[in-house]
Ligand binder design. Structure first.
Ligand code: NAP
Length: 308
């Protein structure tokens, strides 16, 4: 059975190349016929691993292809996910399964509401990849920059799907997680404690060591939020973990910092924005988190970037 991957970006190409190499049938869904033509002209996608580049002629198509979709990896940004799935909904076969790779929270529920007939599996990944825009192959050349792991889970059904064997065969490190929401909330909380401040202070993650009280206060409020959302496990030792990440990634710029520096839209609405909206819905007053959100919104607007 073929996999379809929507979003021939960093993670989409990383998954497509490994599935193809593992002998698993896979098709990429491109945004429109102009993008499909450009992709075909490039002769497929190129994955760079440990300095070695290899091309994979993964077949491409657009959303209006008539072929039914049974297994879909949604590999676009969180802010594109709902509209992308709306365009594909008529092609989903009965019993179709979707893997949602989006960072943060909020987009998964929006996607699931659009396609109630499909099983939605949420994913959380620590793998790292980026598009090497400087190369001749341009957008279709992806560098596998960070080994990591992907956790997959379904909040409505803890039975793992049989196709995890495809990931095994393709060398995609993964684990079925009976509590994927806890993982996603924990990752969101880490992100909220580090990424917005790294943008506002225009610093590498290590620069946050100069603001220990601000980080500690945010962690306290994030723990309150996690408890009130019924996610106490995601709150365990959050502050210590945030400090550990700040140390371990001291020389790195956060993903949000990189997006802003490149003039790209951030996923704020699904990270800090989602945290604040959830707190508000629960009438939970978290003044420092709300003030941080407000500062970030103003910063993004001042830099001509979407703030939602
Ligand atoms: P990306 O490189 O920007 O790729 C997203 C792709 O989706 C782009 O190629 C975009 O096409 C495509 N797309 C958007 N809407 C589409 C549509 N309607 N039809 C077809 N294609 C569409 O993003 P990414 O870095 O792979 O990130 C994907 C998600 O994974 C994000 O939520 C991110 O936070 C998460 N994540 C990424 C990494 C990483 O290392 N990259 C790690 C962990 C998690 P265009 O180019 O035409 O806009």
């Amino acid at each position: 059975m073929s996999w379809h991957i929507l979003g021939a970006g960093s993670l989409g190409c990383l998954w497509a190349a490994r599935l193809a190499r593992g002998g698993v049938p896979v098709q990429l869904i491109l945004r429109d016929s102009a993008r499909l033509d450009a992709y075909r002209c490039a002769g497929g996608l190129t994955l760079v691993e440990q300095g070695r580049a290899q091309r994979y002629a993964v077949p491409g198509q657009t959303a209006d292809d008539p072929q039914p979709i049974r297994r879909l990896l949604l590999a676009c940004k969180a802010y594109d996910a709902e509209s992308a799935i709306t365009g594909l909904a008529p092609r989903l076969a009965p019993g179709a399964e979707l893997v949602l790779l989006q960072n943060g929270l909020g987009s998964q529920e929006a996607v699931a509401a659009r396609v109630p007939q499909a099983r939605c599996i949420f994913a959380s990944s620590t793998e790292g990849a980026f598009r090497d825009g400087t190369a001749a192959e341009g957008e279709w050349r992806v560098v596998f920059a960070g080994q990591g792991h992907t956790w997959l889970g379904d909040p409505l059904d803890d039975q793992p799907p049989p196709w995890l064997a495809d990931l095994e065969r393709s060398g995609i490190p993964h684990q079925w997680s009976p509590d994927i929401l806890s993982r996603l909330w924990r990752k969101l909380a880490l992100n909220c404690a580090i990424n917005p401040l790294s943008v506002l202070y225009a610093c590498r993650n290590g620069g946050l060591s100069d603001h220990p009280e601000e980080v500690a206060t945010l962690c306290t409020e994030l723990c309150q939020l996690l408890h009130s959302c019924g996610q106490p496990a995601a709150a365990l030792d959050l502050h210590a973990d945030v400090q550990r990440v700040i140390q371990a990634t001291a020389a790195n710029y956060s993903s949000m910092h990189q997006d802003v520096a490149r003039g790209r839209r951030t996923e704020i609405a699904y990270l800090l924005g989602h945290a604040c909206a959830t707190a508000q819905r629960q009438r939970l007053v978290l003044p420092h988190l709300a003030a941080l959100h407000e500062r970030l919104v103003q910063y993004l607007e001042a830099h001509g970037l979407p703030s939602h």
